[in-house]
Design a protein around this ligand. Structure first.
Ligand SMILES: *[C@@H]1O[C@H](CO)[C@@H](O)[C@H](O)[C@H]1NC(C)=O
Ligand SMILES: *[C@@H]1O[C@H](CO)[C@@H](O)[C@H](O)[C@H]1NC(C)=O
Length: 352
């Protein structure tokens, strides 16, 4: 959602405070993500089971520590465990998204040199993320014991052995509205897959092999910019627009499935109406927590349709596991219960 221009910190005092507030939001969102990953393990074994199955033994090994280590490995000690790890297939992820999961794609594509202090809270250098710290995909990679996912368009120092991040800040699901809309990201994936398998076909080492693509997790975290855009159209068009957006996501899942994807992890949008940038810029009715009610209703309506789509596709798409994750509930809880996550009441008053 946030634009690149918001990332650099303002020259005057007001902007500085504003960018600090954004930073708080990003950092705290990151904390919430970590909590989410944890709570998925604790609260929803069924949902986590699907991912675990998809990601094979790496996740299983991490989550079953204490109970699930096989007896022979325990007796033989660490050397055997290490040897077994070597044989485990690497975790492979392909992510499609917007700024919520961009790990430097727009910066690389646009040749944008983002300056410090971007990156200060974790990487200690600018990374092109629209956050001073990590974004959700970084936490997911960490929880799966794999290195961070490199942007598709990052030409220097990229390692795609654990997959590719196609997410680009500002991207939409809707075609033609943004240069790297979801259908373009999916085309890029198909291109990447062909080139990678072509290398293996010629006896060379490509970044991801056939099994890697088959077992990979295909993630989507996109739609925020679309839903925000819908709010700027006449309300009698909203239903049709939301239907079109969800229809595009359906097409994307289908094309990925036709190209061998079997494990899907789909995020709904967050609490759009609580984004500080929107709260500051837009007028309208506020809810009990200072968020724009209209935007949150639209986000929830979109999420409901997306969740219904996942239910529907689970029935009709062969051999696929499709997990829908309610990001709205997670992020809205963070705002509503901010004190639980270490945010003071003063900070919340300023964020209005
Ligand atoms: C589903 O997966 C099983 C096991 O991998 C395979 O034998 C079967 O052919 C698959 N079915 C379809 C329709 O792809
Ligand atoms: C805030 O936290 C309480 C207690 O954990 C919970 O019942 C409630 O649903 C949370 N509020 C939101 C908006 O998530």
């Amino acid at each position: 959602m946030a634009s690149v221009a918001n990332g650099g910190g303002g020259a005057n005092g007001g902007n500085k405070v504003f960018s600090l507030r954004l930073q708080y939001y990003c950092v705290m969102a990151a904390v919430v993500v970590a909590v989410m990953v944890l709570s998925l393990v604790l609260v929803s074994p069924a949902a986590m089971g699907a991912v675990r199955e998809n990601l094979g033994s790496v996740v299983a090994a991490a989550s079953s520590a204490g109970g699930g280590v096989r007896g022979d490995a325990v007796v033989a000690g660490e050397a055997t465990v290490a040897a077994e790890r070597e044989l485990e297939p690497p975790v492979v992820l392909f992510n499609f998204g917007d700024s919520n999961s961009d790990t430097g794609g727009v910066a690389a594509a646009g040749g944008i040199r983002i300056m410090p202090p971007e990156g200060r809270t974790y990487f200690q250098h600018p990374t092109g993320r629209l956050s001073d710290g990590r974004v959700i995909i970084d936490f997911i990679c960490e929880s799966l014991n794999t290195h961070e996912l490199n942007p598709y368009l990052k030409s220097i120092g990229s390692d795609y052995s654990n997959g590719v991040n196609f997410a680009m800040a500002g991207s939409t699901v809707s075609r033609g509205v943004s240069p790297y809309s979801l259908n373009v990201q999916v085309d890029q994936f198909v291109y990447f897959k062909h080139r990678s398998l072509e290398l293996f076909g010629r006896g060379l080492k490509g970044p991801v092999n056939k099994e890697g693509f088959e077992n990979a997790l295909y993630m989507m975290d996109i739609g925020h910019n679309d839903v925000a855009g819908v709010m700027h159209t006449p309300s009698d068009k909203w239903d049709k627009k939301l239907r079109e957006i969800v229809g595009e996501i359906k097409d994307a899942i289908r094309i990925l499935h036709d190209n061998g994807a079997r494990k899907f992890w789909i995020h709904g949008t967050g609490a759009l109406g609580c984004l500080p940038a929107l709260v500051v810029q837009e007028k309208g009715e506020h809810d009990a927590h200072g968020c724009l009610a209209k935007y949150n209703r639209a986000a929830q309506e979109f999420n409901k349709r997306l969740s219904d789509l996942c239910d529907e596709m689970r029935l009709h798409v062969k051999n696929a596991t499709i997990v829908y994750t309610d990001m709205f509930a997670i992020k809205y809880d963070f705002v509503a219960n901010h004190t639980k996550y270490g945010m003071s009441a003063t900070a919340s008053k300023h964020a209005r």
